[in-house]
Ligand binder design. Structure first.
Ligand SMILES: [Zn+2]
Length: 492
């Protein structure tokens, strides 16, 4: 593969450089003049639009309506809820001037929108009949991260959706929190083919002011965990601060319960990292902008016939409802095209030359395995193309599922936690007392933290049910009674 087009480093030897090259060379994103911001290029945007459409269908089918709230939040609004102020203050970008005039009140560029959506909810909600109120917005947010930024994975401005709901009862807010987490799991697992672990964040790591925070974690090939979506039960904290109250059936005034939940362009970072290989991106068919690429291979004397035949194959595939790219560029060699589509992660490549044309056949190459099948009968191939793509989707998922299961290791003492993190990738599962200081002790030595308190012990990662079961045993760090299982990992 030519140097300028191909990836020049090994994914496992230099994951960081590999990631940067894939992002740039596959045409997903580029750096912007302001550090930590990114230009999302059309190919990257197609991935986001696909994720957006997939999730948007799920939420609108389950009672959520889209709306849009302002980018600017008055400082006094942000200050109404003190946990939000404390939690986000170091990361807020402030607007202080309009033109040359200093503003009377500073405006925050939204880091999240609870404090501007809650006052709206307060106006909208009068009676129990107005509840539940379910809103979502697709927007950008800004968090001025001081640390290392990387396209998609950690950027100062990113795209996301933020859902905000208000409920009459605690139970209804709990159900909402879990439903949205479950829908994130469907996006991450079914659409992006990445297995996940669901659970709570530790108390000290929850969303500022929330009753609890749930997370969906995915394991990357370098052994680090990526938080791929979060759903928060906000309790009555925000409703009290912003006066979201309603009259119940007995005409008594009650305070509502609220939730919020978000999924961002970070999922694209997880997608690149989880599936990519030394040749570039590998996309699961469900999210791939082009599911199949048809590449004609011709000489001067047979160009026209081969092109016609290749176009016919492409059209037949389109008629099957597949997303197809017919690469009819004349100034590029077939070899160049193969490399480019491999780099861009197209799941299935179809090659047609004079031999295929003569036999009414095609040759196919799978991006996930590299398996090549020569001279398949054309009709047979067209009929089975959809199921081939389904097979690619399933095998990409199961490859990572095996990897996830192999990389959850149990540890029973602090030394064992440290040693396991030191020599292996992935999660270290351990009993934990619930104290932040025990996590700190580990964090100081190996920069790994508790990324998730899994919902259910000994269950498949896909299980949604929250576990209330008591665990027996002692905290691996301090030896006091353990409250829960905790997963330590390095993370993005
Ligand atoms: Zn402890």
């Amino acid at each position: 593969m030519s140097q300028e087009l191909g990836i020049t480093v090994d994914k496992h030897q230099d994951t960081s450089e590999w990631y940067t090259q894939v992002v740039k060379k596959a045409g997903l994103a580029d750096y912007a003049p302001v550090k930590g911001c990114m230009i999302i290029k059309p190919y990257g945007m197609k991935l986001w639009e696909s994720i957006k459409e997939n999730f948007n269908d799920k939420i609108t089918d389950t009672g959520v309506e889209n709306a849009y709230f302002p980018l600017f939040i008055p400082e006094s609004y942000l200050e109404k809820e003190e946990d939000i102020v404390e939690g986000f203050d170091p990361e807020v970008a402030w607007v202080t001037h309009g033109g040359n005039e200093e503003l009377e009140e500073r405006l925050a560029v939204r880091p999240t929108s609870e404090s501007i959506i809650a006052p709206y909810m307060s106006d909208e909600v009068r009676s129990h009949r107005d509840l539940p109120l379910r809103l979502n917005q697709w927007a950008n947010v800004v968090r001025w991260e001081p640390t290392d930024t990387r396209p998609f994975l950690r950027t100062r401005e990113f795209l996301w959706q933020e859902g905000h709901t208000a409920h009459a009862t605690e139970e209804s807010a709990d159900e909402e929190t879990m439903l949205r987490l479950e829908q994130y799991q469907e996006v991450i697992e079914d659409h992006l083919a990445i297995p996940s672990i669901l659970g709570y964040k530790p108390e000290h790591d929850k969303f500022p002011g929330a009753k609890y925070t749930t997370t969906i974690e995915t394991l990357m090939p370098d052994g680090k965990s990526i938080q791929s979506g979060t759903s928060h039960q906000l309790g009555q904290h925000f409703a009290e601060a912003f006066d979201i109250t309603f009259e119940d059936e007995d005409s008594e005034t009650q305070t509502a319960w609220t939730t919020s939940w978000g999924l961002s362009t970070r999922t694209i970072g997880a997608l690149i990292m989880a599936h990519g290989d030394d040749d570039g991106l590998r996309l699961p068919p469900s999210v791939a902008p082009h599911q199949v690429v048809v590449v004609p291979i011709f000489q001067e004397d047979n160009q026209e016939e081969v092109m016609d035949y290749a176009e016919e194959v492409a059209e037949d595939l389109e008629d099957e409802g597949l997303r197809v790219e017919f690469d009819h560029r004349e100034h590029r060699t077939p070899g160049y095209k193969f490399n480019e589509w491999e780099l861009k992660g197209v799941p299935l490549r179809v090659e047609v030359g004079p031999n295929e044309m003569e036999d009414d056949a095609v040759t196919t190459v799978r991006r996930d395995t590299g398996d090549k099948e020569m001279g398949i009968d054309k009709e047979e191939f067209i009929e089975s193309a959809e199921s081939t793509l389904e097979d690619i989707q399933a095998s990409m998922y199961s490859e990572l599922e095996d990897y996830l299961h192999e990389n959850i290791r149990e540890a029973e003492s602090k030394n064992e936690i440290l040693a396991t993190i030191g020599k292996s990738r992935g999660y270290v599962k351990t009993r934990w007392c619930g104290k932040e200081s025990c996590e700190e002790e580990v964090k100081e030595e190996v920069s790994a933290e508790i990324v998730v308190l899994p919902f259910q012990e000994d269950s498949e990662p896909a299980t949604i049910q929250a576990s209330e079961e008591e665990i027996s045993g002692e905290c691996a760090v301090c030896g006091e009674n353990a409250e829960r299982w905790a997963y330590f990992a390095k993370n993005y």
